[in-house]
Write a protein that binds this ligand. Sequence first.
Ligand code: PAF
Length: 287
Amino acid sequence: MRATQKPVVIETVRGMCEALAAERAAGRTIALTPTLGALHDGHLSHLDRAAELADVMVVSIFVNPTQFSDAADLDKYPRTLEADLLALGAAGVHYVFVPTVEEMYPDGPTQTVVTAGRVGTLFEGASRHGHFDGVLTVVAKLLDIITPNVATFGQKDAQQLFLVRRMVRDLNLPVRIEAIETVREADGLALSSRNRFLDTNQRRAARSLSIALEAASSSAERGLDATLAAAQGALMGESLVQLDYLKIVHPQTFMPVDDGHHGPAIVILAAMLGTTRLIDNEPIYLG
Ligand code: PAF
């Protein structure tokens, strides 16, 4: 069922629970797409899948302070609520949950935290201390408030997707996690709310991230070292790209693979372009 009218915007946990209890009582299934707002076509592609999987589409827009380790990054995060609501209305979303920080954390940051474990301290977690504990805790809260049958998460945030899936398995949460493919610009740059911060030269240089992933993918049959070398080669000479990490991880553990690994893997990378941090990844098959 795709709505034709404006979505119902709900700011309170209680209001959200009541509205969705009525939907469930009417026998309707629920899909949740959790977001930080500043929506782009990547987010909207989640809704196409959500509409296939459930009767009622719920989007949450909440810039969750506990997942930002850097106050400046939190302040700078784009807030575009009016445009977001218009886009969600056009996409047929039924409910938009837009809680305040006080509504989500009435007693201040939660005392009970879902910890992301060892994987949560690597890669994105190494540069953004506590980031994944903040993500998992707010996702657990959102899943509890909305109790969706299915929740969508982008492949672009591969480490986040891995950790959310792991949390759902570890805690036996009754929800299906649906991975949504990364949407890219014509030149390959993965869509991100942060791309708007790139100046013209940084935007041009940002292409090299997806070029590096393509180079890795084309070299994957030659093994780990050749794959890493191909990706590094593609980034060499891009002085505006300050690489944070470029790694190849196992899809089942999200730990770096060793030389002897042959089979499915994911190339992950993060880089700073000026003050803007971009991440991207590509599944590969190591020969
Ligand atoms: O990926 C995001 O947009 C956020 O980390 C999420 C899942 C909405 C949690 O705040």
